[in-house]
Design a protein around this ligand. Sequence first.
Ligand SMILES: *Cc1c(COP(=O)(O)O)cnc(C)c1O
Length: 373
Amino acid sequence: MSTSAGTAPSALAGGRLTIDLAALAANWRALAGRAAPARAGAVIKGDGYGIGDEAAARALAVAGCETFFVALPEEGFAVRKAVPQADIYVLDGLLPGSAAALAAARLRPILGSLAEIEEWAAFASGGDAASAIHVDTGMNRLGLTLDEARALAGRTDLLAAIRPALLVSHLAAADTPGHPLNARQLARFHEARALFPGMPASLANSAGIALGPDYHFDLVRPGVALYGAAPGETIAPLETVVTLETRILQVREVPPGDTVGYGAARTLSRPSRIAIAGTGYADGYHRQAGSHDGRPGAEGVLHGRRVPIAGRVSMDLTAFDVTDVPGAMRGDWIELFGPNMPIDEVAAHAGTIAYELLTGLGRRYARRYAGGA
Ligand SMILES: *Cc1c(COP(=O)(O)O)cnc(C)c1O
């Protein structure tokens, strides 16, 4: 029997993902409330931070979201199917030769260079295809320099042709509230806004919302906080959206002095019960989350108790020390992250951030959506 990605019934899967769309909607409403009177959009790039972009878009639209941001055209096409009426912006801008395809799906490129602006102007002139202008205020990623923005502001012909509906910039250090770059970027964004009077403006991502009303402007662009993770220490985690569990395939008794897994990296110091579970780095459960004799790894939660990873994470399997959970048995599910195990904590053990765990979620899980509209 073959199963396509993400559809394996949980009886046949080594791990399962539960995605709570009601929590996603509640998180959007909480952030929108915090940003008001600015409006709140939603960022659903990276396949909706791993949860599925169409499902995310549909649930957020029902909650009241009218503006979506994706990274790439293909993501925009998927979201357009789910939300026919919404404004959809493409953060990566205008890929060479993509104007007609974007316009056909009414996607709005966030134009970040003069080359993109000229290409969109040549295509869109005289039509009704809207766009946005991206000004770089200090991140040095995408966007016009302030000098380029000044030059563009003098080109009324070009401006009329590209029909910009939004002025965008992006904060580089919003998750560190005391970082001096935040205030510098804010000042430069004010300069940019003065060049395009009356154009709605958008600066803040999730962490930017927490920097306060000065950073909200007309529209905020939360991503990761919608999905229940906490960027830096700025925003407390909202409701859990994604729960990842792995299934115990076998529980074994291992004597003290024996090692567990590849590289014999973990030596047991007591008579132990080791649960082997069916999820590994091929599923996006990072190898760096593992443990060795010099370092504890991430933990899971089984029957309400924390269980540490024993040794390295393998491709398809991870071992947990369940010695202190007497009832642990074959078929039980260990929570890898979710309501009882913060995803940010697991990410920290793996030397990464929740964004990477979410967007790297593998394709072999049984997926369940709860609370859908
Ligand atoms: C990813 C992204 C966001 C959302 O950021 P979060 O930290 O996930 O809230 C907003 N704006 C831009 C330009 C982005 O690339």
